[in-house]
Design a protein around this ligand. Sequence first.
Ligand code: PBG
Length: 323
Amino acid sequence: MSFPEVRMRRLRRSEGLRRLVRETRVGPADLVQPLFVVSGSGVDRPIPSLPGQRHISPDVAGALAAEAHARGVGGMLLFGLPDDKDEQGSSAWDDAGPVQSALREMRAQAPGLPLMTDVCLCQYTSHGACGVLREGEVDNDATLPLLARVAVSHARAGADAVAPSDMMDGRVAALRASLDGEGFERTAIFAYSTKFASAFYGPFRGAAGSTPKSGDRKGYQLDPANAREAVREALLDAAEGADAVMVKPALPYLDVIARVRDACPLPLAAYQVSGEYAMLEAAAAAGALDRRTAILESLTAIRRAGADLVITYWASEAAEWLT
Ligand code: PBG
């Protein structure tokens, strides 16, 4: 059968009909809100490179967690900005650091809200690389025990899941072994499995103070041209014991999300990164598109491609629209 018996428009006639046959839904529970935590108390200041996002102290993080939990947001992902940096990034595993302190506040003020932490050294190293350097290159194997110390300190402070974003080989297995060895066998690992060497992280690096002092991250993050390699990364992380895998960025990599979805049964997260956020915010501010409709369309597209959950700077705001 075809036209005129077939009329695709029949089921598009009203919002009720469209809702009935909608294939993809986005709800607050699918969204994870990133937070940028600094030390101190009562700190809440706008981030110039990410308008709409804030640098907050642990007490403010606690209050935001309670608010997000009440809105039904799926979870929060913490990034820390330390007071001190060194060659090794040792402030990353300081039990009194901003992330660790925020976790305790958030745990107390929003029990039941899933809390995830980014595990990487780039905000904490004086050189801005994601691991320790040897002859100007990030030393993979020497970095693994340091990342494991970070993960254990986050688990100790109450993280439900740690999310390694460093892209060292073997880090999921290293984290799992250390977490289990320290009695944190219940802490999950959300692996940033397929993290591309992307220009779309630009605003984040300003927000997190993690711009590399020299060079780039192409020696460990994936080449944007490679989708088969991305599937291999996801499967390797699954084999090392990851509980969930991630694709990052999201919108320019929808094909990768779809491929990883097909190849790997683990829960799949997609990270709608800072450059995607900045791009849409700038277009909306310029009057080029309707902000809210465009945000919801982008989230729907990421879910449609196969992501179970979306890490997005719009999580808390979108959750309010979606309830
Ligand atoms: C840290 C990290 C980065 C992002 C998440 N974790 C930056 C990078 O790898 O350069 C990017 C997030 C964003 O752009 O929103 N390794």
